[in-house]
Write a protein that binds this ligand. Sequence first.
Ligand SMILES: NC(=O)c1ccc[n+]([C@@H]2O[C@H](COP(=O)([O-])OP(=O)(O)OC[C@H]3O[C@@H](n4cnc5c(N)ncnc54)[C@H](OP(=O)(O)O)[C@@H]3O)[C@@H](O)[C@H]2O)c1
Length: 260
Amino acid sequence: MIGFDSRLFENRTVVVTGAGRGIGAAVAVAFLRCGAEVLVHAGRDLSHVEGDLLARLPAGARPRLTLLTEDLSRPEGGQELAREILARTGTVDVLVNNAGTMGGRVPAGTETREDYDHVLDLNIRSVVALTGALLPALRRSEGASIVNTVSISGRSGGSAGSALYSGAKAFVSAWTKTLAKELAPDGIRVNAVSPGTIMTDFHRRYSSKAKLDATADAIPLKRLGTAEDCAPAYLFLAAGSLSGYVTGQILEVNGGQLMP
Ligand SMILES: NC(=O)c1ccc[n+]([C@@H]2O[C@H](COP(=O)([O-])OP(=O)(O)OC[C@H]3O[C@@H](n4cnc5c(N)ncnc54)[C@H](OP(=O)(O)O)[C@@H]3O)[C@@H](O)[C@H]2O)c1
């Protein structure tokens, strides 16, 4: 699948959130293929890890994988996940903030306080809290890298009912760039991957087949993306040897759907 060196992340400790399935699982598998020790936050529980993650592990990689769970839509979720991680490692070389979701389509004007809290606590608060709590461990690394998952919808606006989610992803994009400036003196690079329409449980949950067919037809490369299409972008941004002079950037992975 991936033509990266199998030793690219040897002796590097990588944290990936939301990696029990979908994009995060493909990213975690890709890091394991490249030799990393990977702490996987699998989601709220382990119910999805079998098919998307464990079934795809490269031979011999299981001892380098640690599985954690945490509900990151709880206000204290980010802090608690950080405590779990720091109980296992003192140094984090790569942090991939990927956990997130839309939490359902909410028509404009009907948002409840619960909708607002759920979407923003998961997609913003937990990301900021986890990253902040792991900063000492990232500062201990030589050449640490943070890679956030944002979204095409944070740049172009999402489809109907996704305003809170799209706004949250735009927040993380701006936060990524600001953090990149602030952490550059510590040698920590901060970038983001911005997926387009990627065929994971996310769209199985929120989008009809007709909508997805129409989207695929409008994409220059004439197909929806896959989680495996996204994974190499994370490896690139995480590896100092490949992207050591890249920080504060949002890498669009969308088949040409948006050319900013
Ligand atoms: N698919 C796309 O087209 C697309 C496009 C742009 C951006 N994205 C972003 O890409 C990232 C990965 O999405 P995906 O497409 O791979 O979707 P997915 O298959 O639904 O995976 C989402 C991951 O986030 C975790 N997550 C969701 N709610 C959580 C919660 N309350 N607490 C802890 N973990 C939670 C999930 O864990 P559970 O198993 O517990 O649900 C899962 O591991 C998300 O940030 C998403 O917003 C996706």
